[in-house]
Design a binder for this molecule. Structure first.
Ligand code: GAR
Length: 223
């Protein structure tokens, strides 16, 4: 549809949910700022008002909200309040960037098909926590990170993109995590860019890029 003359172009709106340091949020915000992602970060919302990432967003003049989950009597009550807050910003895409909460089915259904998550493992391996240590303990030769659409099963949903890193003999969880995070900051902006430009969609529980179904593991970015 043609935009009426004089009316400013409405960019796709990204709302980012965080719980911690917000390094993935920053990688996406920087890609927006540089013009690599043609969109607007409408808000950053955290369930932890003290999250370091909120201050980083505030420093960049991004609207910020701290919504403390501890102030709600149940997961359901918190998710209802969170949905209300998110919807005030009218997002086209909801980006979970280290948002460490289990989501209620109502929440997932509301944003299904327009909600992405990043998980530090080569999903379907190592859903849940402590993924880096678990990969080392299992003697794996590689570890990595996955961006996927969020569906009702935790750390599940169609994979979009993965990046792998080699596990070295002397790796501990801390330095392995650092190398994985470097890859996170590359692949998450790519996935968000694909989504906001309309190239990436979820259909029938599959991730499609340019109309073609992505492999089960997602598109694999080699180091
Ligand atoms: C990231 O490493 C992300 O992969 C992980 O939380 C970290 C948040 O870091 N997410 C999960 O474990 C989700 N299950 P950040 O706040 O610096 O982006």
């Amino acid at each position: 549809m043609m935009r009426p003359p004089g009316e400013p172009e409405k960019k796709p709106r990204i709302v980012i949910l965080i719980s911690g340091s917000g390094s993935n949020m920053l990688a996406i915000a920087e890609a927006v700022k540089s013009g690599d992602i043609d969109a607007e970060v409408a808000a950053v919302i955290s369930n932890r008002p003290e999250a370091a990432g909120l201050q980083k967003a505030r420093d960049r003049d991004i609207p910020c909200v701290g919504l403390d989950h501890k102030e709600y009597q149940s997961r359901e009550h918190f998710d209802v309040a969170l949905m209300r807050k998110i919807d005030e910003y009218e997002p086209d895409v909801l980006v979970l960037a280290g948002f460490m909460r289990i989501l209620t089915p109502d929440f997932v259904r509301r944003y299904e098909g327009r909600m992405l998550n990043i998980h530090p493992s080569l999903l379907p391996k190592y859903q849940g926590l402590n993924t880096h240590q678990r990969a080392i303990d299992a003697g794996d030769s590689e570890h990595g990170v996955t961006v996927h659409f969020v569906t009702e099963v935790l750390d599940d949903g169609p994979n979009v993109i993965q990046a792998a890193v080699t596990i070295n003999a002397d790796d501990d969880a801390t330095n392995l995590q650092k190398r994985v995070q470097q890859q996170e900051h590359i692949i998450y902006p790519i996935a968000v860019k694909w989504f906001v430009s309309g190239r990436l969609v979820m259909k029938d529980n599959k991730a499609l890029l340019d109309g073609k179904q992505l492999p089960e593991a997602g598109l694999r970015l080699e180091q």
